[in-house]
Design a protein around this ligand. Sequence first.
Ligand code: URP
Ligand code: ZN
Ligand code: ZN
Length: 486
Amino acid sequence: MSTEIPADIVIHDGVIVNATGRRRGTVVIRDGRVAEILEPGMTAPAAHREIQAEGRLVIPGGVDPHCHIGQELGEFPMLDDYREATTAALWGGTTTVIDFAIPTPGEAPLHAAHARLKLADSARCDAALHGAVVDWDSTTAAQLESMAEMGILTTKMFTTYRDGVMAGPDTIDAVLKTLDRLGGIAYVHAESNHEIEDAVSAAVSAGRAGARHHAETRPEDAELAAVRAVIDVAERTGTAVYFVHQTTPEAVDLVAQARARGVRAYSETCPHYLVLDDSAYATEVAERFVCCPPLRSRATVEGLLARVLAGDVDTIGSDHCCYSTEQKLRHAHDVREMPNGMPGVESRLTVTFDALVVRNGMREEDFVALVSSNPAALNGLRTKGWVGPGADADLVVFDPELSKPITAAGSHMATDYSPYEGREFTGWPVVVVSQGRVVVDQDGFHDPGAVGRPLRAVASLDGTHGLTRVGRSPQLEADHPSRGTL
Ligand code: URP
Ligand code: ZN
Ligand code: ZN
């Protein structure tokens, strides 16, 4: 009789897919970590929980680099909290969420970060935080240093939303210089505020301020101008910069060209910019699709998709914002007053897999890079984003052939609508393991309770560690000592 201590979980005979390669095997989990991977035919240890994964993929849990959880931007509180947002994330195969500590007017960035960390206690999975700066003052550098000591090395700024969260050019310059010293990365929402304000004024004067006209109030050129301006600062200061939610091929090209010149510049897009287009604003429910930047024309969507397939985009974030139909409708006649953003933390993996792998033949390894490995690497989460001995036991058994519609009723986000209502998607998580526990399986959700443990980035982000370039040969840009390759 074997005296070996049973493993916690054994996942048998799946196709294990990392950004760096794939192989068939059995994953053994002990004490919240992947203990070993067994070759086909090797005898697995006894386990408290056995999962059969034949015919399925075993991928690292999703890492969502762009979530707004229960934030209040303007008049509208988002409807979820950490418990709800992370429960929905787990249902969708995301086992780490990264939220933003955006200061309220007059609030210090460090205070905002401490307040958000407290909220993360109720999370059902791991959570990390980006800091944010709105106005530079004499205390900001020291606050960014304190945040770096807390393991928060990424700082978000918005180039738009005047009288809200907009950071002016002097603030952006000072933050980038400080982040460079601290080994951090600037996260930027890039839309040129002047161009947006001009376009909004023109639309309002023409009586076209409603949600149906949202796209014309935020032109593509505004995005390009802001990306160009911020790349200039990054190039001058040498700071790593990450552009959130890029929506146009030209904006992605600016980032790729900067990277070719040696700038550490990174590009994120979101599932909705790859799947939806501005025809949504001509529907009866235009308000549901109001997000910034807006959904673009079909031609732009196709161009963006081509850039993702070519490997010029580094990550896919959800830009999750949970509002209800009622909130979206309240000021639907005037986009200046509306809450921006759409729910998406739960649908990110499935919508991305369907759009890229199923419909466009992307390799599953590259899908893993975009939704898990690269977000983990760029945020210094070295034990996440890969499946191998020593990695966190955050894994998804993913059925690449399962097709079903996304509906609000079948989702778990704290809202009453889905931007994808009734559309069929292929590729769904069927078992989700988070922190070494099975949290989703055929019987539903097994609430692990409040297991939030805010994550720290590694001591310094060089902006390249372990990043996998999608669509190219799956080689690591830099040696990553703790990251397994298959
Ligand atoms: O429309 C959006 N994306 N709302 C959330 C805030 C932001 O700009 O990321
Ligand atoms: Zn944004
Ligand atoms: Zn956002």
